[in-house]
Write a protein that binds this ligand. Structure first.
Ligand SMILES: *Cc1c(COP(=O)(O)O)cnc(C)c1O
Length: 391
């Protein structure tokens, strides 16, 4: 049986566990070596210098390629290093279409760095087919999407974007950080390149920063490899090992977290204090049907509105389990406040226009007991309600 025949639950173990042929050590050795000894003047081994290739990094890169059904994987120092590398496959004079509500760091890269190199951009709601069609220019080379989006969990139909982009000879790059390959495989839906902030679900423990790319074709893989080696933003070898360790439990973690996210989303809907719940797993949520046509779960991230910044303040004070911080995708439940964190650079008007209201909180559900989480929110909501006249 080859790895490609295994299901993901098996693959996360089999692709990350490569015993050391020299010693039989079960785990992939951490090959902390910048350089590799060559046999003689006329023969060179597979490895020469770790920026160009390293056995530990190879196992990680092959693992993510197998999980995403791609031809080749690449590991970078951060998610942004991976995203920057993907954009550097473009050339001066090219144009990119980027979905609205893209990750803040990607927005910054596209608007403040790419133009310096003669790469032009248009932001568009890629879920709106007419608007997407209208955004193409003769020099459009890439459509960049992220679905579901952050923090309103807007779902973009990947197949539809692929059809439109390919009809215009443009490639589709998809940031799959929120879903992970366990729930969504963009390459199977026609995308050409998949990106991850490995910092989030793949590493899963709020410890390391990492980024990954998987390409569908060898040609695009060769282009990414050239830039990875030339630019040198590769992932450190110890962190490669930690990311391999994280991926081993990816399957069980994201499933448990997504189950709890669904339970909490349904429960939030019943709470008088909560005015809105954004979660693609909810029947009746705008993107629910598209979500389940391209992914197998609503994921582990949701957002909900508690009416006002004042209520947000009290909630953050009174909750005992969630950690209040940026980031997501960890074993800990993480609560964040987009207006003052990920989307602080937007004006209040801009935020409101894209659904980021003053009472909106984002919740990345961890592996704690869901009843404990519910009880914690219940006690915090009750405190706020006791102190407030009901209307
Ligand atoms: C965090 C994140 C990134 C950036 O990754 P870093 O590892 O922080 O550089 C990119 N895209 C999404 C969706 C993210 O959540």
């Amino acid at each position: 049986m080859s790895h490609s025949e295994f299901s993901d639950a098996t693959k996360v173990i089999k692709t990350t566990t490569k015993p050391d042929p020299a010693t039989g050590a079960l785990n992939t050795p951490i090959q902390l070596s910048s350089t590799f000894v060559q046999p003689d003047l006329d023969h060179f081994g597979k490895y020469d210098y770790t920026r160009s290739g390293n056995p530990t990094r190879d196992v990680l890169e092959d693992s993510i390629a197998a999980l995403e059904h791609g031809t080749r994987g690449f590991a970078f120092a951060t998610g942004m290093a991976a995203i920057s590398t993907a954009f550097l496959t473009l050339h001066q004079g090219d144009h990119v279409i980027v979905t609205k509500d893209v990750y803040g760091g990607t927005f910054r890269l596209v608007t403040q760095i790419l133009p310096n190199y003669g790469i032009d951009y248009t932001f568009v709601d890629c879920g709106d087919k007419t608007a997407l069609e209208a955004a193409f220019k003769p020099n459009t080379k890439v459509v960049y999407i992220e679905t579901p989006s952050n923090p309103t969990l807007k779902v973009t139909a990947i197949r539809q974007v692929v059809t439109v982009a390919h009809a215009h000879d443009a490639l589709v790059f998809a940031d799959n950080t929120f879903m992970t390959p366990i729930f969504q495989k963009p390459l199977d839906l026609g995308a050409d390149l998949v990106l991850h902030s490995g910092t989030k679900f793949l590493a899963g423990h709020s410890d390391i920063l990492a980024g990954l790319i998987v390409t569908k074709t060898k040609k695009l893989g060769d282009a990414v490899y050239f830039i990875q080696n030339a630019m040198g933003a590769t992932l450190g070898i110890s962190d490669c090992w930690l990311l391999l360790r994280g991926i081993k439990t990816l399957g069980v973690r994201v499933k448990a977290e997504a189950d709890s996210a669904l339970t909490l989303a349904k429960w939030f809907q019943e709470q008088p204090l909560v005015t809105k719940v954004n979660y693609p797993g909810l029947v009746g949520f705008d993107g629910h049907d598209v979500q389940f046509s391209q992914a197998t779960s609503g994921g582990a991230v949701l957002s909900f509105d508690v009416g006002s910044e004042d209520n947000v303040r009290r909630l953050v004070q009174d909750l005992k389990i969630p950690v209040f911080s940026v980031s997501l995708g960890a074993v800990e439940t993480i609560l964040s406040y987009p207006p003052k964190m990920s989307h602080a650079e937007m004006s209040a008007e801009e935020r409101h226009a894209c659904g980021i209201s003053d009472g909106l909180l984002r919740l990345s559900v961890g592996v704690e007991d869901v009843d404990d989480l519910k009880a914690d929110f219940a006690q915090a909501f009750a405190k706020i309600e006791r102190e407030q006249p009901t209307h």
